[in-house]
Design a protein around this ligand. Sequence first.
Ligand SMILES: [Zn+2]
Ligand SMILES: [Zn+2]
Length: 421
Amino acid sequence: MVLVTAPSGRPVMDPSRLSERRRRALSERVPLRPMTSEYKEQALQRFDSVESELRQISRWMFDHPELGYQEFESSRRLVDFLRSRGFEVEYPAYGMETAFAARTGTTGPEVVICAEYDALPEIGHACGHNLIATAAVGAGHVLSGFAGELGIKVTVLGTPAEEQLGGKIDLIEAGAFSGAAAALMVHPATKDVLDPRALAVVHLDLEYHGKAAHAAATPQVGINALDAFVQAYVNVATLRQHFYPTDKVHCIITRGGTAPNIIPDYTRSSWYIRAATMERLDQLSGKVSACFEAAATATGCTWDTRQLGQPYAELISHPLLSELFDENARALGRQMMRGSDLPPGEAGSTDMGNVSQVVPSLHPMLDIHSLPAVNHQAEFAAHTITPAGEQAIRDGALGMAWTVIDLAEQDLWDGLRPGTS
Ligand SMILES: [Zn+2]
Ligand SMILES: [Zn+2]
């Protein structure tokens, strides 16, 4: 038996330094066996053998960011890696050109490891999905070495278009998660957070239709669709006083008129509405909708909204998966915070939320030491190719692989939600 130590060289947190609250929380957890698995040692060696290749793929993705559902080259490179390591790969998969399912292992519970690889317009991999993708294929490769011996099936699932269009929601509906006992992924961030909050969100376009006219000579016959937008924006800004900290509404103008001397007869804006739960999202959407309608009434415009994709649900991190990952992350030198330790409003959204509603899921955030740069800034993208950024590939891959090894070796499948294993 081999004792696993932190390969990063960072000190493993001494339990005596934990706060009383933290110690109490730990003592209430499921007792775990010490981390002495030979499979975990093998996992380290298997990861070491591909680490430089994974970094190259991540750096290639950094240099060639592709938007949601256009991730043709990124998905192909990930598929090439997995095929060359003996995975059976379905690509394209589930009716999506840039989705893939790479499978290994023939019997036992199925673990799905999610790879995201879409980027953001103009700021590239500013959410670090190049690290998510390479950590996922790294974990898959590691586990493929002994999936048969562990009696598990491993699927690395390529999940397109996380940033806006919710590829995972289409994948759920197409059955990609129907046999899964657990679904795992990691996400780069500015903190190590075991079970982050992620808000429910709906994405929609708002349109106002008015009437064009000469803006100086005959404005009295015009109906101003830009006024309607501005009124809607101000109505929502007024509503904000009554928001919960987890209610978020934000927008951009995508069509604001054509020329200053023409009364705009059409405007379009793109809005995200977020809330702690789907239930609250429904309530908040009703209030925001009233703001939109009031602006139409005030200006004489007509209006409509068009929803983009399906709403993302709030994220539920499965306690057992979190527990196991926490221990493994500590062995890798990461001291994970709990989502509940953060201000409630410090949260984004993810289509992994929808997965977590149907399959026991894990979605920890891994610190890439980018501060003051934060997610969705170009500077954050630059940090994904630094040593601290690339450490997240290693810690993400090994943290997930070791968590799956714990599930299999300790036969903890019953601890996952009934009916899914
Ligand atoms: Zn992201
Ligand atoms: Zn993002």
